[in-house]
Design a protein around this ligand. Structure first.
Ligand code: PMP
Length: 439
């Protein structure tokens, strides 16, 4: 049955399928970090729905919340009317927000994907400032609708749309290949560049409606921005009256070892874009923003699927479970263990160019060690090798996805509920796969 399903999918579905191309499996059951295929094989899922499954697949707490809501007879779809489920989700969300932000915020329910929330945040700031245009970063990923695409960095996914004429793209502090050099000094120069560009009347930058950034770029290759650089971006935008939107679609809900990734640097954004894990594996997206930006009149921004009752119930259960079961601290601890061990592996395997990340959002950049190093000393990225490693991982029962500028970064996004044994299994299978692929 599995083979027939795969054959029909290949014929009927658009060839633009992403994950399906590299994972020819038909999942029939899933629990926690384990996915079982129609052929009976079991896989450890290090992709977690691109970071969506904070509690892994089919967590009992999430399933109970969904079942209880179904059994209660609550309306499943009610546009944006008030429901007890929405009220409860909003309480859980506001309780989780960082101090200095949550206590003076409003929420706008968008629907149903991360990209919808990005659109809403950009438009909200255009309304508030009366300006157009945005500042965005190289390597950024914000979604596939027109506005979100305009602030996304990857050129190939934009084509053939215009690249967003009013967007000024700034260099993200990608330390491994930083155009300004490695480490703190590189990040400092990068911030200076941003500031000078904004202040130079011949720099070609009109005052924008907002700056949008990810604290750790996910699709861009798991690139964490240094805390000092983030604080500089906050200072620069505050001094110039530019609202700062932080896209926490992938980094939110404990993923980076903080409930929200902004907490590491302590910056207080003007708006946060949230999706993925906040819906507890069902589609849900919101923008949370400081109350002074609440400038929309009724009807100014609408949408049919603005908050699905089941997603709200699943999301509230997830937010509370993460907070109450120490999963944020655990993401920090296990993330440090994983990156430490991968760093040790890097010493042994020269095809590992860089290991980086925060919490359980980890990237391993694969390189060709025989290639000429760039000005930062980084060898050329090796996407061919990365594809072979992904295939070798799959053969060993490990699902990992690629990302980054050259698709040469292995992205590890295990659920926050990953066990110590599973961490060991991931490390073992990954090391074997890299060795096998680079032989
Ligand atoms: N922002 C970030 C940081 C993301 O990682 C993603 C999805 N990978 C999006 C926005 C878009 O979310 P969606 O795919 O749900 O539209």
């Amino acid at each position: 049955a599995g083979d027939a399903i795969l054959r029909r999918q290949r014929v009927r579905e658009s060839a633009a399928r992403t994950y399906a191309r590299s994972f020819p499996i038909v999942p029939v059951r899933a629990h926690g970090m384990t996915v079982e295929g129609a052929d009976g094989r079991r896989y450890l899922d290090c992709l977690s729905g691109a970071g969506t499954l904070a509690l892994g697949h089919n967590h009992p707490t999430v399933l109970t919340a969904i079942r209880r809501t179904l059994d209660s007879g609550a309306p499943l779809h009610l546009l944006d009317l008030a429901t007890a489920e929405k009220d409860d989700f909003t309480t859980a969300l506001f309780d989780s927000l960082p101090p200095g932000f949550g206590d003076r915020s409003r929420v706008h329910f968008c629907g149903p994907a991360g990209t919808d929330a990005v659109e809403a945040a950009l438009k909200l700031m255009q309304t508030a400032t009366g300006r157009r245009g945005a500042l965005a970063f190289t390597g950024a990923y914000h979604g596939m609708t027109a506005g979100a695409l305009a602030v996304t960095g990857a050129v190939e996914v934009k084509s053939p749309l215009p690249s967003g004429g009013e967007v000024t793209r700034l260099p993200y502090p990608y330390a491994y290949r930083c155009p300004f050099g490695e480490g703190a000094r590189g990040a400092e120069l990068s911030a200076t560049y941003v500031e000078r560009l904004l202040d130079d009347p011949s720099g070609g930058v009109l005052p924008p409606a907002a700056m949008i950034l990810e604290v750790v770029q996910g699709e861009g290759g798991v690139v964490p921005a240094p805390d000092g650089w983030l604080r500089e971006m906050r200072r620069i935008t505050t001094e110039r009256g530019i609202p700062l939107i932080v896209d926490e679609v992938q980094t939110g809900v404990g993923r980076t070892g903080a409930m929200w990734a902004v907490e590491h640097s302590g910056i207080v954004p003007d708006a946060m874009v949230l999706s993925k894990a906040i819906g507890g594996s069902l589609p849900l997206a919101v923008v949370v923003y400081r109350e002074e930006y609440d400038g929309w009149l009724p009807g100014a921004h609408t949408g049919t699927f603005r908050g699905n009752t089941l997603a709200m119930a699943a999301g509230a259960a997830t937010l509370r479970y993460v907070a109450e079961h120490g999963l944020v601290e655990r993401a920090d601890l296990l993330g440090a263990r994983l990156t430490g061990r991968l760093d040790a592996l890097k010493g042994r395997l020269p095809v590992i160019g860089d290991v980086r990340g925060r919490g359980l959002m980890i990237g391993v950049e694969l390189v060709d060690p025989s290639g000429e190093p760039d000005r930062c000393g980084a060898h050329p990225a090796d996407p061919e090798l990365a594809r072979r490693v992904r295939a070798e991982c799959l053969q060993r029962g490990l699902i990992v996805e690629l990302g980054g500028r050259h698709d040469a970064v292995l992205r590890l996004l295990p659920p926050l509920t990953v066990t110590d044994e599973q961490v060991e299994a991931v490390l073992e299978r990954l090391a074997e796969a890299i060795e096998a692929a680079s032989r």
